[in-house]
Design a protein around this ligand. Structure first.
Ligand SMILES: Cc1cc2nc3c(=O)[nH]c(=O)nc-3n(C[C@H](O)[C@H](O)[C@H](O)COP(=O)(O)OP(=O)(O)OC[C@H]3O[C@@H](n4cnc5c(N)ncnc54)[C@H](O)[C@@H]3O)c2cc1C
Length: 398
């Protein structure tokens, strides 16, 4: 169960033990365009041991505390066509904690449904992860596309996500996992393949990083679920053939004083990634119109006959869909440290070394399910940063 929790929250789908030797564990900071940096407190370790730069976990390095809601639906995202008057609306919303990860696969399905209506001009409502990928895929399929959205990046929920490949994070509940599994697998595989084609681009919108999940040997088995949230569908085994396997490392093979599980994971540098998506859309002739809709009948005035509805949590109010449950999440960002090139999961915390800031997030905390409160709790983030400082203080150096 501990493995399951780790996989779901760290986003590693790939936990089958590998026989990789520790000699291959050390990873140098590969930071194109960055000057070589000396870690503030270099870990000097026996040869063959991973060298990891410490995070400068100080509360006065917090650049922002961000809150958003995951649009969770027990049955999984809604991807289907609905008629409203003379409009065909293809819904593409409700992706829980997996919206970036599944976006290309989900939007591929939505665009196929839109294409089947026979139109050449498409309107996309929403400019988050699902709206942008829908719009780009429709352009690539030869359609002329306009995006309508009440807010654009950086002022959309998608920009507040953690930015990891987490395709089954809060994507459906356990009861619906079997029914939804085939569709989920198709979406996950399509997205995964698309992301491999975006590696090595300027600005590193997508990159692979290593991560370490520190195993707490003193506290025994951790609980798999957050106590006030439903049991979520665990679909990860269906794609366990994708990407590298994780491996358990004994004490002495990392700078940390406990055994660790090392995983490799895709990271989305959301700031540069979203900018790339928007400029690709505009370069291909796409137009963006800032506009809020308060009722589906307002869609009738749009010139396009077919629309993709990618309004995320906004679909709850706009389409009166109470099956969307908000699951609140908060991250703190610290000043970027290019030399920190690994993710960390430990003591209920997650650290992600994004290029636009080192993200610190509390995992497994309660009170988030069905909570749409967007007020940042700075004290909670400061406590998390202090806790991360405690973990950093345990890193070995000589
Ligand atoms: C803390 C946290 C961490 C997360 N981490 C990850 C992660 O690591 N990996 C991952 O894959 N996913 C992650 N997610 C989930 C991911 O952020 C969401 O699934 C995703 O952002 C949903 O994208 P979206 O495009 O559907 O919605 P949004 O980003 O909310 O975009 C909706 C768009 O529709 C527009 N809109 C809404 N209502 C209206 C209206 N009435 N009229 C006009 N326009 C409207 C909005 O302005 C916006 O442009 C995380 C979520 C949270 C909360």
């Amino acid at each position: 169960m501990q493995r399951r929790q780790f996989l779901r929250h760290a986003g590693t789908m790939l936990a089958l033990a590998s026989t990789a030797t520790l000699a291959g564990c050390a990873r140098q900071a590969i930071v194109p365009n960055a000057k070589p940096t000396v870690p503030p407190r270099a870990a000097q370790l026996a040869s063959g041991v991973a060298e990891l730069a410490p995070v400068r976990a100080e509360v006065d390095r917090i650049t922002g505390v961000y809150v958003c809601t995951r649009p969770f639906r027990a049955a999984g995202p809604r991807i289907e066509l609905e008629k409203f008057g003379n409009k065909a609306v293809v819904h593409n919303y409700g992706h829980g904690g997996s919206g970036w990860s599944l976006s290309w696969g989900s939007s591929t399905l939505a665009v196929r449904m839109a294409q089947a209506t026979g139109v050449r001009e498409l309107g996309v409502i929403g400019c988050g992860a699902l709206g942008l990928t829908s719009a780009l895929l429709a352009q690539r399929a030869g359609m002329s596309v306009r995006i309508y959205a009440k807010a654009l990046p950086p002022d959309v929920f998608s920009m507040r996500a953690t930015g990891l490949w987490t395709p089954d994070s809060r994507i459906c509940d356990a009861q619906h996992a079997a029914e939804f599994g085939d569709r989920w697998e198709t979406m996950a595989r399509t997205s995964y393949a698309m992301y491999q084609s975006m590696l090595g681009l300027p600005g590193d919108p997508i990159e692979w990083i290593d991560g370490y999940h520190l195993l707490d040997t003193t506290q025994g088995q951790q609980k798999d679920t957050v106590s006030d949230e439903p049991e979520y569908g665990d679909l990860s085994d269906r794609i366990s053939d994708l990407g590298p396997q994780s491996v358990t490392l004994p004490v002495g093979s990392t700078p940390f004083p406990q055994p660790a599980r090392r995983f490799s994971i895709m990271m989305f540098n959301i700031t540069s990634y979203a900018r790339m998506l928007i400029s690709d859309f505009q370069l291909a002739g796409g137009k963006i119109i800032v506009r809020e809709f308060n009722h589906p009948r307002e869609l009738q005035a749009l010139p396009e006959h077919t629309l993709i509805n990618a309004t995320g949590y906004g679909a709850r109010a706009l389409f009166n869909d109470e099956s969307i449950i908000p699951v609140r999440g908060q991250t703190a960002r610290l000043i970027p440290q290019p030399e920190v090139n690994y993710a960390l999961n430990a003591r209920g915390l997650s650290m992600v070394p994004r290029r636009d800031g080192v993200l610190v997030q509390v995992m497994g905390d309660t009170g988030n399910f069905n909570n749409s409160d967007l007020t940042p709790n700075r004290a909670a983030s400061e406590a998390a940063v202090r806790q991360l400082a405690d973990i950093m203080a345990t890193m070995r150096s000589t």
